[in-house]
Write a protein that binds this ligand. Structure first.
Ligand code: HEC
Length: 184
């Protein structure tokens, strides 16, 4: 049991010309279940071209109609939780961009509830999380694709939370809210 004629990982071998016991993967090999071929889901783009347009909405189905994500409360809460873990150190929990890292000198990011982020396609926000942008690092290694989409959903919630209307408040409680100066 202690001694067996077997190869150890990263060991050497006289059998193969390159002297390694481990064999290189055949080029283009993808392990079962790891083929990320759905451009909308894995790249946030509508098509396989490198610069194909971004998908406008979080993709809930593959190109051939198989369900991928379910946009329900659980999904949005997951996005909130992941946002608070990965994004709030810089963007803070409201998305305003005054996270602790920024308070200690990191370049301040723009507000995630601003109009220009609101106008980005969902696929573009996904792509920013995946690859980073200018001073922001990439998160594709730390955050799997499904969670990146959940975070996109939460970024949309943050925007909505900053743009409430009186009609969002249940009718019986509206009386306790005073409209802001000059607003209906
Ligand atoms: C280490 C700090 C840091 C973390 C963590 C971080 N960001 Fe950023 N983010 C930035 C900075 C800085 C910018 C501005 C980049 C620039 O323009 O140089 C930015 C920009 C962005 C933008 C683009 C805004 C624009 O005006 O173009 C989006 C969207 C965004 N971040 C989302 C996220 C999300 C979602 C997460 C979490 C997955 C995240 N960021 C995590 C620092 C961070």
């Amino acid at each position: 049991m202690d001694w067996q004629p077997k190869y150890h990982p990263q060991g050497d071998s006289a059998l193969f010309a390159d002297g390694r016991s481990m064999r290189p993967l055949v080029e283009g090999t993808v392990s079962v279940g790891n083929l990320a071929e759905d451009d909308a889901f894995y790249r946030g783009r509508a098509g396989s071209a490198p610069d194909a347009p971004y998908v406008t909405k979080i993709p809930t189905r593959t190109a051939d109609g198989q369900p991928t994500l379910k946009l329900d409360e659980r999904f949005v809460r997951r996005g909130q939780e992941r946002f608070n873990v990965f994004c709030s150190p810089c963007h803070d929990r409201t998305g305003a961009g005054r996270g602790l890292v920024v308070q200690r000198g990191y370049p301040p990011p723009p507000s995630l509830t601003a109009d220009h982020v609101h106008q980005m396609a969902d696929g573009e926000v996904f792509n920013i999380i995946t690859h980073g942008v200018r001073n922001m690092p990439a998160y594709n290694v730390q955050i799997p694709a499904e969670d990146r989409w959940a975070i996109v959903a939460w970024v949309r919630v943050l925007r909505r939370s900053q743009h409430g209307h009186l009609k969002d408040v249940p009718a019986e409680r509206r009386g306790s809210i005073e409209p802001a100066e000059g607003q209906p």
